[in-house]
Design a protein around this ligand. Structure first.
Ligand code: BG6
Length: 491
């Protein structure tokens, strides 16, 4: 682990963008409020938008920069103190001259000496990763010598198939070693997702039943009740499979299906994830259904269809919904379908994992209709919870069976603030812990599962199934689920 008291500079490319303003700076502020920064630190944001440091600080100080920790009466003081550590430079991404101004801000306003540790956060679209890095290098950023370390943080999507992802990895690899590269999948920073390994490996009871002998199927659902929210330019290029399934959902599969790592060291954790991902054959066209939402009404409000959304090209066949079944071909999981579904424009915002256990053999109770198999629900959001369905005797003079839940609701069980995923991940970057970041071989394995089917969907120009905004998704997704034994878990 890194000594977190050494002076630190954080250079944020794309600092005026949505992600930086709504997620990165608020997370940095939350870390600041919790005393997680060294005494000497500076954050230099840069982007193409022309504005002064003072205007940028005002822009940041809006409703996003709230003090989630510490007593509220100190909020504005803390905010003011934090903003003093921030400067902004406007510069085209291909201008070494502009980047030198960033360096001057670090040396001047930031009071750094060029020997400090540095984090480069590339909060720009992936097609700009290499350009920004090359410009940083041309401006003398990446060959400083001296004792300070350099780390780079990049956001998904890392390419749009295996080949483009490899290209990106090689391109960045010319400037940063793999162990300096932090590829963010922000779901890995979510509290409940981080708990998956603890749940599995810090409890004795799960491991003996965590396999094909006891588990019938695993469902992972990711649903949003929103449309594009102004992101057509990005979304239409990628679609839901690349936007969330190949990364957020697949990471959940890996954490559910992996073997216990040797230790929590990032190398061993990621080794196990790669191993299990390598046991998943490429997704078959037969095992996927894609959909696209049409106009609909929800809670009295009309929502436009995908093709009517501002910025979506006419006749686009981008998928806003996908249901897919993955097979993990190893001794633990062979024959257990991992059923994934992800969609925008649905009837709820919800992410959860459901482990469906097999039925009890040789049922000795009458009234077997009431008999339900055990089910473990791990709800990531909106209300973080873990619930286990068990069968019980309903109190009374006769033996009647009924289902009930052992229910751990985070809000009532823990008297603690749940940190935002970015808070946790950024702290890990500062501390040099890479366990929650995607290693290049993990990325390769993830793309190998999805690239063939993505190419096939594109080659055949397969039209997504329409579904109404605010519904539970396309009919065909239900047929896919039925083919694998059971309807989708109810929400
Ligand atoms: C992002 C996707 O990775 O995750 C978005 O690009 C999606 O399309 C977002 O809306 C959801 O994140 P969260 O944390 O709100 O579930």
């Amino acid at each position: 682990m890194t000594d977190t008291q050494e002076p630190l500079s954080i250079i944020v490319a794309g600092a005026s963008g949505d992600l930086a303003v709504k997620k990165i700076f608020p997370a940095l502020f939350a870390l600041y409020c919790q005393g997680r920064f060294p005494e000497k630190f500076h954050i230099a944001g840069f982007a193409r938008t022309d504005m002064s440091s003072a205007t940028f600080r005002e822009h940041l100080a809006g409703p996003n920069l709230v003090c989630r920790y510490g007593p509220c009466d100190h909020c504005s003081g803390k905010q003011e103190a934090f903003l003093k550590h921030i400067s902004y430079v406007s510069s085209p991404y291909d201008s070494p001259e502009g980047m030198r101004k960033v360096n001057l801000a670090l040396l001047g306003e930031g009071g750094m000496d060029g020997q400090e540790n540095r984090i480069y956060y590339l909060s720009v679209p992936p097609f700009l990763f290499l350009q920004v890095t090359q410009t940083l290098a041309a401006a003398g950023f990446l060959a400083r010598g001296g004792s300070g370390w350099d780390r780079v943080v990049v956001e998904k999507p890392f390419g749009n198939d295996r080949a483009s992802s490899d290209e990106l990895t090689q391109g960045l690899g010319q400037f940063f070693e793999e162990d300096q590269t932090y590829r963010i999948d922000h779901y890995l920073g979510k509290e409940v997702i981080q708990n998956l390994m603890v749940l599995r490996f810090a409890n004795l009871i799960f491991d003996p039943i965590w396999d094909r002998a006891y588990i019938d199927h695993v469902d992972i659902s990711w649903m949003e009740d929103l449309g594009l929210e102004g992101r057509a330019g990005y979304f239409d290029r990628y679609g839901i499979i690349r936007d969330v399934m190949q990364n957020h959902l697949l990471q959940m599969v890996a954490l559910i299906a992996m073997e216990q790592p040797v230790s929590m060291d990032s190398k061993y954790v990621r080794d196990e994830k790669v191993k299990v991902l390598r046991s998943i054959p490429p997704l078959a066209l037969d095992d996927i259904v894609v959909g696209q939402y049409t106009a609909g009404e929800m809670k009295g409000k009309r929502y436009p269809g995908y093709l009517e959304e501002h910025g979506v090209p006419e006749g686009s066949i981008a998928d806003t919904y996908a249901a897919a079944v993955l097979h993990v071909r190893n001794r633990r999981w062979d024959g257990v379908p991992f059923r994934l579904r992800a969609g925008k424009g649905l009837n709820a915002r919800m992410t959860e994992i459901r482990i469906h256990f097999r039925s009890v053999p040789g049922n000795i109770f009458d009234g077997a209709a009431a008999m339900q198999p055990n089910e473990l629900t791990i709800r990531v959001q909106p209300d973080a919870a873990i619930a286990f369905r068990i069968m019980n005797k309903v109190p009374g003079l006769q033996i009647d069976l009924g289902e009930s839940f052992l229910d751990l609701n985070y809000a009532s069980a823990f008297n603690a603030k749940i940190p935002d995923a970015y808070e946790c991940l950024l702290l890990d970057v500062i501390e040099g812990d890479r366990a929650l970041f995607i290693r290049s071989d993990e990325l390769e394995a993830a793309w190998d599962i999805f690239t063939p089917v993505l190419h096939e969907l594109e080659r055949q120009r397969i039209k997504p199934e329409p579904y109404v905004f605010g519904s539970s998704g396309p009919e065909k997704a239900k047929q896919l689920a039925a083919r694998y034994g059971a309807s989708w878990s109810a929400q």
